[in-house]
Design a binder for this molecule. Structure first.
Ligand SMILES: [Zn+2]
Length: 317
């Protein structure tokens, strides 16, 4: 009995030690040569632009976002990037919607306990301030279909939702991570394919407007059909909207993956996430004009122009 107790004590000690270690700083290996990334830059239309709607936030700690993060409280934004292009205006993800408090019930118990949500103005109620309306949108492009990215779709009925077949299958497969997307019912899903070749270090691509200004690439791992949207603006900047590959920009800067407990809760395929983080790290080094935008990094989102700024109000519909 005494031996068994010792054994149990040691096992518990090892488990606690492993859990603590899983939060410790650990830099991901970066091996691919930057020279193979082929960073062609298009000439976007002069009147194209990018902006952001701040549409909710959640309070958490960097500790849970990347290995080596600290315990200080940090706001995780639930924000919506808007790209206005002569051929159409797109939102990227939908932020927290008007009924976000109701939507929480679709989360597993543990995630509900960890989710301290702070609603802000839902994107549907901010569109008018940017001279937009749901009817003027060409669609919402989902980086992926987790609840915090689709909640605002509840308020945008009738707006096309652009998604790839892999992520649509992920919704329809019936798993817990996409319970809210199913609960929202029949949305106007439009399926696109990655019909073009490799792009900026990723294996395939979809050129949304045909001019290279907005290019979607597959980057599954957080969810099977997760994507990155590369957006190139006329001022020479490029943005990589990386969804939840990293929750905070340190995940790409270091690069460092989420700690084990976070990976367990949210990532479908952690090795694929690691590979994408390493590729983004190389891209960031190769192109100083690239802004990597994690969907939940409020600090980065606040560097984008507000979608509701004064010249948008003057521009008219
Ligand atoms: Zn998310």
């Amino acid at each position: 009995m005494r031996v068994l107790s010792w054994g149990v004590t040691v096992a518990i000690g090892v488990a606690i030690g492993a859990l603590v270690w899983s939060f410790a700083p650990a830099r991901l290996p970066v091996t691919a040569p930057a020279g193979d990334l082929q960073l062609q830059r298009p000439q976007p239309p002069a009147d194209m632009r990018i902006g952001v709607f701040l549409a909710g936030r959640m309070q958490s700690q960097a500790l849970f976002a990347y290995r080596g993060g600290d315990l200080a409280a940090r706001d995780f934004g639930m924000d919506v990037v808007v790209v206005e292009h002569p051929s159409g205006t797109l939102l990227f993800d939908a932020g927290f919607g008007r009924r976000v408090a109701d939507h929480l019930h679709t989360l597993p118990w543990l995630m509900r306990q960890m989710s301290k949500i702070v609603p802000e103005t839902p994107v549907v109620d901010q569109l008018a301030g940017a001279s937009l309306s749901p009817q003027t949108l060409a669609g919402v492009v989902l980086t992926h279909a987790h609840w915090d990215h689709v909640s605002g779709l509840d308020d945008l009925r009738g707006v096309p939702v652009w998604i790839n077949q892999t992520e649509l299958d992920f919704i329809r497969d019936g798993g817990a991570p996409t319970a809210l997307a199913r609960e929202l019912g029949d949305l106007d899903y439009r399926v696109y394919a990655f019909e073009s070749g490799p792009y900026w270090g990723f294996p395939a691509s979809h050129d949304v407007f045909g001019d290279g200004s907005v290019v979607l690439v597959p980057a599954g791992g957080h969810s099977p059909g997760s994507i990155i949207a590369f957006v190139h603006t006329p001022d020479g900047r490029s943005y990589a909207l990386i969804g939840d590959l990293a929750w905070q920009h340190e995940g790409v800067d270091i690069p460092a993956e989420r700690p084990w407990i976070s990976r367990l809760l949210v990532d479908e395929d952690p090795p694929t996430v690691r590979h994408a983080l390493a590729t983004l790290h190389l891209l960031q080094q190769a192109d100083p004009d690239l802004v990597v935008v994690p969907a939940h990094d409020r600090r980065v989102m606040q560097t984008l122009p507000p979608a509701t700024r004064a010249d948008a109000l003057l521009r008219g519909p």
